[in-house]
Design a binder for this molecule. Structure first.
Ligand SMILES: [Zn+2]
Length: 404
């Protein structure tokens, strides 16, 4: 009943060419089949735009008449616009279709220090953004966030707002709808969704930052071919998002992926989680600043990007601190490689700006302990690093319309 190249589906809205034909479908109502085909066509337009109806039919394997019906519906719903008329040999002049960029998404990236609110169109292009300090009191922080979202909403007059996607610096339990673990953010048991829904009238999707980056990699960077992918976010702490066999792994209570809190040294420094010597106390941005201080340099008021700049300007102590951080990053990744055997590890964080200092050191550490029969993954810095979390929030909102 399904034909096409890829057969298997995942829950991430990964487009494929698999289409369903009502006649041969067992058990699925024609309404379900129509909905699946609609999502497939919408995804093909998203990933191949501008595209003609004829090419949609050719790529999807659906009949021209079916394509026409679906496209008319998508145009009526304002998802798709007809573009200019093309010129092809033999006198044919098809019109090209593209996604309507008047449909927008509000993306929110909450980090322990700073919160960013941005507006993106359905193609993931960011139109505007605003940043504010993340306050330790969740009530005040939430009110500030709502005020900012309302300002942004007001600026979108005339556009259709699809919803709000929020990336969180901790684990979010989708069952209880609560932020359950965020050691670097002093918010406990906070209901973020309901107050925002109530004040803005918009739907809200929440996700852990590293998981959001997995979505961004699959959705925008087309990394779906890598069915086993791990994203490692390196900032105040370390988070990981896991795509295993094309499925996002959330685990019990949404707690999967906390490699950052596996102790590497039980006698190491105290971690925000209450334990000692976790991977993140050795390999996060904070760790690098601590190494710099230990080298005898004054790091008061210094940020991690400042440390990167100092190293680039020839400060050898800064370079040494970053190198120590890189070694620990690689050592910690051995856990991921041994446990999950990913094809690719995507690294997200300010460190990717100085990738020449990190890439080879991390790679050498990982290579040093690949198990017999195992394979070292490809290590890649995230594309458009500063926006990775926000791009993930856009995918978070859109995937429910596009995933088949
Ligand atoms: Zn910890």
């Amino acid at each position: 009943m399904i034909r096409g190249e890829t057969g298997g589906r995942n829950r991430l809205g990964v487009p494929s060419n698999a289409v369903m034909e009502p006649k041969r479908t067992q058990g699925a109502s024609s309404e379900v089949v129509r909905d699946i085909n609609r999502r497939i066509v919408l995804n093909l337009i998203r990933t191949r735009q501008p595209i003609s109806r004829a090419d949609l039919a050719r790529v999807s394997g659906l009949q021209r008449s079916t394509i026409s019906l679906i496209v008319e519906q998508l145009i009526q719903e304002n998802w798709v616009l007809e573009g200019p008329t093309g010129r092809l040999p033999r006198g044919r002049r098809p019109t090209f279709l593209r996604l309507n960029d008047e449909r927008v998404i509000i993306g929110v990236d909450i980090r322990p220090v700073q919160t960013t609110v941005a507006i993106a169109d359905a193609n993931g292009k960011f139109i505007s953004q605003e940043a504010m300090v993340t306050l330790p009191d969740p009530k005040i922080a939430l009110q500030n966030l709502i005020d900012c979202i309302l300002r942004m909403k007001k600026s979108c007059r005339g556009k259709m707002i699809e919803g709000i996607g929020i990336s969180l610096p901790g684990r979010f339990d989708h069952t209880s709808d609560r932020l359950v673990f965020a050691p670097n953010l002093a918010w406990r048991d906070v209901d973020l969704r309901n107050p925002i829904v109530k004040e803005t009238g918009l739907e809200v999707e929440l996700e852990n930052a590293a998981n959001a980056c997995v979505l961004a990699a699959v959705w925008f960077d087309r990394m779906e071919e890598g069915r086993n992918l791990v994203v490692v976010t390196v900032s105040e702490g370390i988070g990981t998002g896991i795509l295993a066999n094309s499925q996002l792994v959330r685990g019990l209570n949404g707690m999967a992926g906390e490699f950052g809190h596996v102790p590497l040294d039980a006698k190491g420094p105290v971690c925000g989680c209450g334990s000692r010597g976790c991977w993140e106390v050795f390999a996060s941005n904070r760790a690098a600043l601590r190494y710099y201080l230990e080298e005898g340099s004054d790091s008061s008021g210094l940020s991690f990007p400042d440390l990167l700049s100092r190293a680039e300007q020839g400060d050898t102590r800064a370079a040494k601190a970053l190198e120590t951080m890189a070694h620990y990053l690689g050592r910690g990744m051995r856990m991921i490689v041994a446990g999950l055997a990913p094809e690719r590890i995507v690294v997200v964080g300010d460190l990717t700006r100085s990738w020449h200092r990190f890439g080879s050191v991390i790679e050498a550490e990982v290579q040093a302990q690949v198990l017999p029969g195992g394979c070292a993954p490809r290590l890649v810095p995230a594309y458009e690093d500063g926006m990775a979390r926000l791009r993930g929030t856009v995918a978070l909102v859109l995937q429910k319309h596009f995933s088949a």
